[in-house]
Ligand binder design. Structure first.
Ligand SMILES: CSCCC(=O)C(=O)COP(=O)(O)O
Ligand SMILES: [Mg+2]
Length: 256
Protein backbone atom coordinates (compact mmCIF):
# COMPACT_ATOMS: atom_id res chain seq x y z
CA UNK A 1 0.00 0.00 0.00
CA UNK A 2 1.42 3.41 -0.92
CA UNK A 3 1.15 6.37 1.41
CA UNK A 4 -1.26 8.09 -1.04
CA UNK A 5 -3.75 5.25 -0.47
CA UNK A 6 -3.71 5.82 3.28
CA UNK A 7 -6.96 7.53 4.18
CA UNK A 8 -6.70 7.31 7.97
CA UNK A 9 -3.51 7.97 9.84
CA UNK A 10 -4.48 8.74 13.40
CA UNK A 11 -6.77 7.06 15.93
CA UNK A 12 -7.81 9.65 18.52
CA UNK A 13 -9.21 8.00 21.67
CA UNK A 14 -11.35 9.40 24.44
CA UNK A 15 -10.73 7.82 27.88
CA UNK A 16 -13.85 7.59 30.11
CA UNK A 17 -16.37 5.24 28.46
CA UNK A 18 -13.94 4.41 25.63
CA UNK A 19 -10.60 2.98 26.82
CA UNK A 20 -11.66 2.96 30.47
CA UNK A 21 -14.84 2.27 32.41
CA UNK A 22 -16.99 5.15 33.59
CA UNK A 23 -17.18 3.39 36.97
CA UNK A 24 -13.39 3.56 37.44
CA UNK A 25 -13.43 7.31 36.84
CA UNK A 26 -16.51 8.00 39.00
CA UNK A 27 -16.05 5.40 41.75
CA UNK A 28 -12.27 5.37 42.12
CA UNK A 29 -10.60 8.47 40.63
CA UNK A 30 -13.13 11.14 41.59
CA UNK A 31 -13.52 9.91 45.21
CA UNK A 32 -9.71 9.71 45.52
CA UNK A 33 -9.43 13.36 44.45
CA UNK A 34 -12.23 14.42 46.82
CA UNK A 35 -10.71 12.59 49.77
CA UNK A 36 -7.20 13.93 49.21
CA UNK A 37 -7.70 17.46 47.92
CA UNK A 38 -7.62 19.17 51.30
CA UNK A 39 -4.38 17.52 52.41
CA UNK A 40 -2.85 18.10 48.97
CA UNK A 41 -3.65 21.81 49.10
CA UNK A 42 -2.43 22.13 52.68
CA UNK A 43 0.92 20.53 51.75
CA UNK A 44 1.43 22.58 48.58
CA UNK A 45 -0.47 25.83 49.24
CA UNK A 46 2.60 28.05 48.91
CA UNK A 47 3.88 26.46 45.67
CA UNK A 48 3.69 28.94 42.74
CA UNK A 49 2.00 26.47 40.32
CA UNK A 50 -0.64 25.66 42.94
CA UNK A 51 -1.27 29.33 43.68
CA UNK A 52 -1.76 29.88 39.92
CA UNK A 53 -4.35 27.09 39.84
CA UNK A 54 -6.07 28.59 42.91
CA UNK A 55 -6.20 31.98 41.14
CA UNK A 56 -7.68 30.35 38.01
CA UNK A 57 -10.28 28.52 40.12
CA UNK A 58 -11.46 31.86 41.52
CA UNK A 59 -12.05 33.17 37.99
CA UNK A 60 -14.52 30.37 37.23
CA UNK A 61 -18.17 31.51 37.07
CA UNK A 62 -19.07 28.61 39.38
CA UNK A 63 -16.95 30.10 42.20
CA UNK A 64 -19.47 32.86 43.00
CA UNK A 65 -22.28 30.29 42.74
CA UNK A 66 -20.47 28.05 45.24
CA UNK A 67 -19.81 30.85 47.77
CA UNK A 68 -23.51 31.77 47.75
CA UNK A 69 -24.33 28.19 48.76
CA UNK A 70 -22.10 28.31 51.85
CA UNK A 71 -23.73 29.14 55.15
CA UNK A 72 -20.63 30.97 56.35
CA UNK A 73 -18.27 31.88 53.50
CA UNK A 74 -14.72 32.41 54.80
CA UNK A 75 -13.51 36.01 54.76
CA UNK A 76 -10.41 34.98 52.81
CA UNK A 77 -9.56 32.38 50.21
CA UNK A 78 -8.08 29.46 52.14
CA UNK A 79 -7.43 25.73 51.76
CA UNK A 80 -10.83 24.78 53.13
CA UNK A 81 -12.72 27.05 50.71
CA UNK A 82 -10.85 25.85 47.63
CA UNK A 83 -11.01 22.18 48.70
CA UNK A 84 -14.77 22.51 49.18
CA UNK A 85 -15.07 24.18 45.78
CA UNK A 86 -13.10 21.35 44.13
CA UNK A 87 -15.40 18.76 45.72
CA UNK A 88 -18.43 20.78 44.53
CA UNK A 89 -17.11 20.81 40.93
CA UNK A 90 -16.30 17.09 41.03
CA UNK A 91 -19.79 16.24 42.33
CA UNK A 92 -21.24 18.02 39.30
CA UNK A 93 -18.68 16.40 36.98
CA UNK A 94 -17.76 19.82 35.62
CA UNK A 95 -14.86 19.56 33.19
CA UNK A 96 -13.23 22.88 34.08
CA UNK A 97 -9.55 23.16 33.24
CA UNK A 98 -7.95 24.34 36.54
CA UNK A 99 -9.84 21.74 38.57
CA UNK A 100 -8.83 19.03 36.06
CA UNK A 101 -5.20 20.15 36.38
CA UNK A 102 -5.44 19.89 40.16
CA UNK A 103 -7.10 16.45 39.97
CA UNK A 104 -4.16 15.21 37.87
CA UNK A 105 -1.68 16.37 40.50
CA UNK A 106 -3.62 14.64 43.29
CA UNK A 107 -3.92 11.40 41.30
CA UNK A 108 -0.16 11.48 40.64
CA UNK A 109 0.42 10.77 44.33
CA UNK A 110 -1.97 7.79 44.20
CA UNK A 111 -0.38 6.29 41.08
CA UNK A 112 3.12 6.83 42.45
CA UNK A 113 2.42 5.20 45.80
CA UNK A 114 0.57 2.29 44.17
CA UNK A 115 -2.90 3.13 45.52
CA UNK A 116 -4.18 3.72 41.97
CA UNK A 117 -3.87 1.57 38.83
CA UNK A 118 -5.48 2.86 35.63
CA UNK A 119 -8.34 0.75 34.35
CA UNK A 120 -8.32 -0.11 30.64
CA UNK A 121 -10.64 -2.59 28.93
CA UNK A 122 -8.98 -5.90 28.06
CA UNK A 123 -9.12 -5.26 24.28
CA UNK A 124 -7.23 -1.95 24.55
CA UNK A 125 -3.57 -3.13 24.67
CA UNK A 126 -3.99 -5.51 21.69
CA UNK A 127 -5.78 -2.82 19.66
CA UNK A 128 -3.04 -0.27 20.41
CA UNK A 129 -0.43 -2.79 19.25
CA UNK A 130 -2.36 -3.66 16.08
CA UNK A 131 -2.98 -0.04 15.13
CA UNK A 132 0.64 0.89 15.60
CA UNK A 133 1.77 -2.18 13.67
CA UNK A 134 -0.53 -1.00 10.85
CA UNK A 135 1.28 2.33 10.80
CA UNK A 136 -1.34 4.37 12.62
CA UNK A 137 -0.54 7.03 15.16
CA UNK A 138 -2.55 6.89 18.41
CA UNK A 139 -3.47 10.12 20.21
CA UNK A 140 -5.64 10.85 23.25
CA UNK A 141 -8.28 13.55 23.79
CA UNK A 142 -9.87 13.65 27.23
CA UNK A 143 -11.27 16.23 29.63
CA UNK A 144 -8.76 14.84 32.14
CA UNK A 145 -5.50 16.83 32.06
CA UNK A 146 -2.64 15.65 29.85
CA UNK A 147 -0.72 14.76 33.05
CA UNK A 148 -3.70 12.64 34.21
CA UNK A 149 -3.88 10.93 30.80
CA UNK A 150 -0.19 10.01 30.96
CA UNK A 151 -0.71 8.60 34.46
CA UNK A 152 -3.73 6.42 33.64
CA UNK A 153 -1.94 4.83 30.66
CA UNK A 154 1.52 4.87 32.24
CA UNK A 155 0.28 3.09 35.39
CA UNK A 156 -2.44 0.93 33.82
CA UNK A 157 -3.57 -2.45 35.13
CA UNK A 158 -1.64 -4.06 32.27
CA UNK A 159 1.50 -1.98 32.61
CA UNK A 160 2.83 1.04 30.77
CA UNK A 161 0.83 1.77 27.59
CA UNK A 162 2.41 5.18 27.04
CA UNK A 163 4.87 3.92 24.38
CA UNK A 164 1.86 3.42 22.07
CA UNK A 165 0.72 7.02 22.42
CA UNK A 166 2.25 9.85 20.49
CA UNK A 167 0.08 12.87 21.38
CA UNK A 168 -2.22 13.97 24.20
CA UNK A 169 -4.88 16.71 24.20
CA UNK A 170 -7.01 18.08 27.03
CA UNK A 171 -9.38 21.02 27.43
CA UNK A 172 -6.56 23.46 26.64
CA UNK A 173 -7.49 22.80 22.97
CA UNK A 174 -11.15 23.51 23.77
CA UNK A 175 -14.26 21.76 25.04
CA UNK A 176 -14.97 18.28 23.76
CA UNK A 177 -18.33 19.18 22.25
CA UNK A 178 -16.95 22.11 20.19
CA UNK A 179 -16.06 21.67 16.54
CA UNK A 180 -13.15 24.09 16.93
CA UNK A 181 -11.38 21.78 19.39
CA UNK A 182 -11.12 19.07 16.74
CA UNK A 183 -9.91 21.60 14.16
CA UNK A 184 -7.25 22.63 16.68
CA UNK A 185 -6.22 18.99 17.19
CA UNK A 186 -5.97 18.36 13.44
CA UNK A 187 -3.83 21.50 13.10
CA UNK A 188 -1.58 20.50 15.98
CA UNK A 189 -1.19 17.00 14.52
CA UNK A 190 -0.60 18.58 11.08
CA UNK A 191 -3.12 16.11 9.64
CA UNK A 192 -6.06 16.35 7.29
CA UNK A 193 -9.13 15.96 9.62
CA UNK A 194 -10.46 13.19 7.33
CA UNK A 195 -7.45 11.11 8.27
CA UNK A 196 -8.29 11.14 11.97
CA UNK A 197 -10.69 8.62 13.50
CA UNK A 198 -12.16 9.71 16.85
CA UNK A 199 -13.47 7.03 19.23
CA UNK A 200 -15.77 8.22 22.03
CA UNK A 201 -18.82 7.30 24.11
CA UNK A 202 -20.54 10.71 23.84
CA UNK A 203 -22.69 11.52 20.77
CA UNK A 204 -22.15 15.29 21.24
CA UNK A 205 -18.39 14.75 21.02
CA UNK A 206 -18.74 12.48 17.97
CA UNK A 207 -20.95 15.11 16.30
CA UNK A 208 -18.46 17.92 17.02
CA UNK A 209 -15.59 15.81 15.66
CA UNK A 210 -17.56 14.94 12.54
CA UNK A 211 -18.47 18.56 11.90
CA UNK A 212 -14.73 19.32 11.90
CA UNK A 213 -14.30 16.63 9.22
CA UNK A 214 -13.00 13.76 11.41
CA UNK A 215 -14.34 10.22 11.21
CA UNK A 216 -16.14 9.29 14.45
CA UNK A 217 -17.34 6.04 16.02
CA UNK A 218 -19.30 5.67 19.27
CA UNK A 219 -18.31 3.00 21.80
CA UNK A 220 -21.07 1.10 23.59
CA UNK A 221 -19.07 -0.20 26.55
CA UNK A 222 -20.86 -1.79 29.54
CA UNK A 223 -22.13 1.02 31.78
CA UNK A 224 -22.09 3.69 29.06
CA UNK A 225 -25.20 5.86 28.70
CA UNK A 226 -27.88 4.38 26.44
CA UNK A 227 -28.15 6.01 23.02
CA UNK A 228 -31.37 7.36 21.51
CA UNK A 229 -32.56 5.79 18.26
CA UNK A 230 -31.57 8.82 16.18
CA UNK A 231 -28.08 8.73 17.68
CA UNK A 232 -27.78 5.03 16.87
CA UNK A 233 -28.83 5.78 13.31
CA UNK A 234 -26.43 8.70 12.88
CA UNK A 235 -23.16 7.07 13.90
CA UNK A 236 -21.14 3.92 13.47
CA UNK A 237 -21.30 2.04 16.80
CA UNK A 238 -19.06 -0.60 18.30
CA UNK A 239 -19.00 -2.52 21.59
CA UNK A 240 -15.19 -2.67 21.84
CA UNK A 241 -12.01 -1.97 19.90
CA UNK A 242 -11.90 -5.53 18.46
CA UNK A 243 -15.02 -4.72 16.46
CA UNK A 244 -13.43 -1.78 14.67
CA UNK A 245 -12.25 -4.07 11.89
CA UNK A 246 -15.87 -5.06 11.11
CA UNK A 247 -16.91 -1.51 10.29
CA UNK A 248 -16.82 -0.16 6.77
CA UNK A 249 -14.43 2.66 7.61
CA UNK A 250 -11.63 4.12 5.53
CA UNK A 251 -9.30 3.21 8.39
CA UNK A 252 -9.78 -0.47 7.58
CA UNK A 253 -8.07 -0.06 4.23
CA UNK A 254 -4.95 -0.56 6.35
CA UNK A 255 -5.93 -4.18 6.79
CA UNK A 256 -6.37 -4.89 3.05
C1 LIG B 1 -7.49 11.26 32.36
S1 LIG B 1 -8.37 10.09 33.29
C2 LIG B 1 -9.67 10.95 34.05
C3 LIG B 1 -10.73 11.31 33.11
C4 LIG B 1 -11.49 12.50 33.56
O1 LIG B 1 -11.08 13.22 34.45
C5 LIG B 1 -12.70 12.81 32.91
O2 LIG B 1 -13.34 13.82 33.22
C6 LIG B 1 -13.19 11.94 31.82
O3 LIG B 1 -13.39 12.65 30.67
P1 LIG B 1 -13.32 11.99 29.20
O4 LIG B 1 -13.17 13.19 28.35
O5 LIG B 1 -12.16 11.06 29.14
O6 LIG B 1 -14.62 11.29 28.96
MG1 LIG C 1 -15.80 9.74 27.38
Amino acid sequence: MTSSERVAKVVLVDIEGTTTSISFVHEVLFPYAKQNVEKFLRDSWKVDDIQRIVQDMQQLPQFEEYKVLLRAPPAEVDVELIAGFVRYLIDQDLKVTPMKTLQGLIWEQGYTNGELKGHVYEDVPAAFEAWRAAGLQIAVYSSGSVAAQKLIFGHSLVGNLQPHLSAYFDTHVGHKQDQKSYENIANLLKEDPKQILFLTDIPGEAAAARSAGLQAVILQRPGNAALADDQKASFELMPDFKSLQNLKLPINKYQA
